[in-house]
Design a protein around this ligand. Sequence first.
Ligand code: ADP
Ligand code: MG
Length: 253
Amino acid sequence: PDAGSVVLQADEVTKRFSGLIANNAVNLTVKSGEVHALIGPNGAGKSTFFNMISGVDDPTSGSVKLMGQDMKTKPSRAFAALGLGRTFQHVRLLGQRSVLENVALGAHLRGHRGWMSAMLRLDRREEAALLAEARRQIERCGLLEYIDTPAASLPLGQQRIVEIARALAGQPAILLLDEPAAGLRHLEKQSLAALLTQLRAEGLAILVVEHDMEFVMNLADRITVLEFGTVIASGSPAQVQADPRVMAAYLGG
Ligand code: ADP
Ligand code: MG
């Protein structure tokens, strides 16, 4: 997509769980070449929103458009096929497998129902192409020296970057990152921020759910704040930081 074009558009997205409104008419767009952060206290509805914009769950009402296409009732593999890549709140790597193998799996995920059966059906040429693509993404993410290292023996900060490389291997237009800075050391956060800054400059759209305010304020172009399922503020880091409702939500509990 062209820089600045809307990659993901959520309009009036609402999710009810029996009596509870977990998302209440949430509007949010993410553009190519932009980092958009979604923040809010625990239970605000961030994960619920992520699930709906990645096809894990359907909204009760409202619409999700990816690359201009209405994703109503589409399964998550259709989201991946249209260019959505994601990481998870808890690292999901095959710990005993090398960085290369982990990333190669991501290169094969896009648009496929089951990577395991897909991997088994690859011929030699397809496998070589897959490994070459994985290597490109590992290099892009600055992990080339660890390419043969078992994922579990890397520090958490690098494991998170392996997960990003794996998502990138699926050629996404948008990356969804669920709390990528959680549990990282200061230098690891800086490396992660540098990588995300680079990916943004390369034209990726990035939506990040994150608790670490310093990380978000330094990185995000735009921030949307959720509280009890409702957007209470949206704007630049400076605008959001100065918003009395945001301060109340964070300080007043
Ligand atoms: P966050 O990720 O911002 O911490 P969640 O999206 O996980 O918040 O949760 C928002 C609200 O929805 C919470 O009150 C949570 O208990 C509720 N919730 C989330 N998932 C479900 C579910 N599958 N069934 C019932 N309630 C849920
Ligand atoms: Mg959550």
